[in-house]
Design a protein around this ligand. Structure first.
Ligand code: HDD
Length: 698
């Protein structure tokens, strides 16, 4: 496997890995299983008993240790973002931000910094599926020379609420309902929409959440955003504001809703597997890193407050500057040790980066450190290898605590001290010039619990987002709202949401009401009348991703007697463009081709539906097709591919199956000859034009 580092196997027990972590390995020379304390075990099959058929003895420390350790294997899952998948990688700065920041990570062009990135869903538990409609977390830990920098973002640039004090309410509302314990990993239920309707500030985020961005095709195809506004500080401690962005090289791509639902059954680990397999096969996912930098004066001129996390700064107003590149190139060796124990803290920032007064961010500065204590159980969680600052030394006068693994020498556990004068180790000292500094923000005010008036506009940005979308993206937002609100059982909750949506766009509200066959309520009264901003095409997905087979998967359904030359031609062409091919056959043992050769299958038809692919080819013989038309999984294979707007290449013999599946000829349905180019063109994208013929959109 390209990504798994070969580690030398000199010792039988433990070695130090790339990140200073201990790796447990065994060699042929000494592969003895031991207790946790190193005592070799003579029998790992039988417990110690009073006679062969008698009760077990308390004396059996081997049994007790093994069972006890097992009993304690689980730790509390994250209260949010519990389900995640992660990878190691490298960040390389391509353009310096020296003018604005003194952080080395933002100024040393060409320097490569190790990173660990964890993607996640928000609402579901650790064992939930990968493809619910949900925001995706995009948390990056940079192991910089000046300490860890954790940029803990999402794939959506705004948030539901403006003030952290509402976070527990938001999460309680979206998670499974308190009395019944369902639904799992779903926002389509009463309590979520009840909260949303009562919090009009969430309307902008709702537009994003109902868009296709929350049903991504792959974690390799999501954007990332720091969401909150941060500050950069230059070497004279002058400040500018900054927003951070990640742009996937493969473009932002999504599934269809019906497809996402079916993937959840076909492969609950769809995104995790996709990320793991891409990295394992050397197709390293890549993102551009961009910043929007703006001064206080520029911020003052904007028609919204940049400290309000429910607002975006349109790129048309403040352009995005690409300054770096992130590549994920190594899978974790151990899911628990790395992915599960990784702890991201928005408070981890090197000198030259600072927070803003955004009240959502301010609350985050407490929550993450605090949550690790209940999750990882000790103030020493920073010593867990994945969390350790490894780009630089870390040293201070903090001592002891549970699970302390450092062995300190000398007496210097306080500061200042004069022990050096006696020739003893004096320990570290503060660095007034290059150490972390907080921006000296002039402040003048009274203590008050009040939302700033500049946060009062809750609809202009929702309107901006909706009106910036293409027609089909707008239809998806309307349909998603219909789906979600149709699962709401309380009519007054639906009505309140609709009343808010009327302030976004009257047509959208009317479509959603009609999609539910309910009356349109009066519009809610906005605190501030929404304004119409110039549409921002940068907020779209459709038309923005590169039309390419790079990173895409093509499934080829074959039967006995299929033409192997056509199968090979498709495979060669797809792989040449960076796509992957999987052979799907009625039986896992494969098929015997027309030329008598056996073609092995990668997946059996019933377990490998077309939802797992971006495009499909159906290359079958006449007899093979006659069998497939009586097989529901084969009919669904073609029907779903068509319904999910995928290209279908097929042999002439596949026609009866296509007819049974209701596949109608269009530009995306291509008769395959040896020259497969005609299939590749539609296979590089989705057939959006087909959508009105296969789906009743709201
Ligand atoms: Fe959060 C985890 C992203 C607001 C409290 N958050 C967490 C993770 C991501 C985000 C990606 C998973 C990190 C990982 O992979 O381990 N959260 C965000 C973004 C927010 C945001 C982009 C809005 C700008 N979060 C937010 C608020 C609070 C929290 C307002 C609390 C006041 N978030 C947490 C947490 C978590 C967390 C409870 C759970 C696990 C963890 O921190 O380490 O502390």
């Amino acid at each position: 496997m390209a990504t798994t580092k070969k580690r030398s196997s000199k010792s039988a027990t433990a070695q130090t890995g790339a990140g200073g972590e201990l790796h447990q390995t065994a060699t042929a020379a000494d592969a003895r299983i031991t207790t946790n304390h190193g005592v070799p075990i003579g029998d790992n099959q039988n417990s110690l008993k009073a006679g062969a058929r008698g009760p077990s003895l308390l004396e059996d420390f081997v049994l007790r240790e093994k069972i006890q350790h097992f009993d304690h294997e689980r730790i509390p899952e994250r209260i949010v973002h519990a389900r995640g998948s992660a990878a190691h990688g490298t960040f390389e700065l391509t353009h310096s931000l020296k003018k604005f920041s003194r952080a080395k990570i933002l100024t040393e062009v060409g320097a490569k910094t190790d990173v660990f990135v964890r993607f996640s869903t928000v609402a579901g538990g650790a064992g939930s599926v990968d493809t619910p409609r949900d925001v995706r977390g995009f948390a990056v830990k940079f192991y910089t020379k000046e300490g860890n920098w954790d940029l803990v973002g999402n794939n959506i640039p705004v948030f539901f609420i403006q003030d952290a004090i509402k976070f527990p309410d938001l999460i309680h509302a979206v998670k499974m309902e308190a009395d019944r314990g369902y639904p799992q990993a779903a926002s389509a239920h009463d309590t979520f929409w009840d909260f949303i309707g009562l919090m009009p500030e969430s309307t902008h985020m709702i537009m994003w959440a109902m868009s296709d961005r929350t049903i991504p095709r792959s974690l390799r195809m999501i954007e990332g955003f720091g969401v909150n506004t941060f500050r950069l500080l230059d070497d004279k401690d002058r400040a500018t504001f900054v927003k951070f962005h990640w742009r996937p090289k493969l473009g932002t791509q999504s599934t269809c809703w019906d497809e996402a639902v079916k993937i959840a059954g076909a492969d609950p680990d769809y995104h995790r597997r996709d990320l793991y397999e891409a990295i394992a096969s050397g197709n390293f996912p890549e993102w551009d890193f961009g910043v929007q930098v703006l001064t206080q004066e520029q911020a003052d001129k904007l028609p919204f407050d940049i400290l309000d996390a429910t607002k975006v700064i349109p790129e048309e107003m403040v352009p995005l500057k690409i300054i770096g590149r992130l590549v994920l190139n190594r899978n974790p060796d151990n899911f628990f040790a790395e992915t599960e124990q990784s702890a991201f803290l928005p408070t981890n920032m090197p000198p030259g980066i600072d927070v803003s007064e955004d009240p959502l961010l301010q609350g985050r500065l407490f929550s993450y450190q605090d949550t690790q204590l209940s999750r990882l159980g000790t103030v020493n969680f920073h010593q867990i290898p994945i969390n350790r600052a490894k780009g630089c030394p870390f040293q201070n006068m903090q001592r002891d605590g549970q699970m302390q693994t450092q062995v300190f020498t000398g007496r210097a556990n306080y500061e200042p001290n004069s022990l050096a004068q006696a020739g003893e180790q004096a320990g570290p000292r503060e660095d007034a010039s290059a150490g972390f500094k907080t921006y000296a923000l002039p402040l003048d005010g009274v203590k008050i619990r009040q939302r700033s008036e500049s946060f009062a506009d809750h609809f202009s940005h929702a309107r901006l987002f909706y009106r910036s979308q293409t027609e089909s993206e707008q239809a998806h937002i309307a349909s998603a709202l219909v789906f979600e609100l149709s699962k709401v059982t309380l009519p007054h909750v639906r009505a309140r949401v609709l009343a808010n949506v009327r302030n976004v766009d009257e047509d959208l509200a009317a479509r959603v009401a009609s999609g539910m066959n309910v009356e349109l309520p009066a519009a809610s009264k906005p605190a501030v009348a929404p304004i119409d901003m110039k549409p921002s095409p940068m907020l779209r997905i459709v038309g923005k991703y590169p039309e390419s087979l790079q990173g895409r998967a093509v499934g080829i359904l074959v039967t006995d007697g299929a033409d192997g030359a056509v199968v090979n031609a498709v495979r060669k062409a797809v792989e040449a463009e960076g796509g992957t091919v999987k052979i799907v056959a009625p039986k896992i043992g494969g098929v015997t081709l027309k030329n008598g050769k056996v073609l092995a299958a990668d997946g059996q038809l019933a377990g490998t539906p077309s939802v797992l692919f971006d495009a499909v080819a159906i290359i079958v013989s006449e007899d093979g097709c006659a069998e497939l038309v009586t097989e529901g999984a084969a009919v669904d294979f073609a029907k779903d591919a068509f319904g999910h707007l995928k290209a279908i290449g097929h042999s002439a013999e596949a026609q009866p199956l296509l007819e049974k599946a209701g596949v109608v000829a269009d530009d995306g349905v291509v008769l395959l000859a040896r020259d497969v180019e005609a299939f590749l063109t539609p296979a590089r994208t989705r057939q959006w034009d087909r959508e009105p013929s296969v789906r009743m959109l709201a």
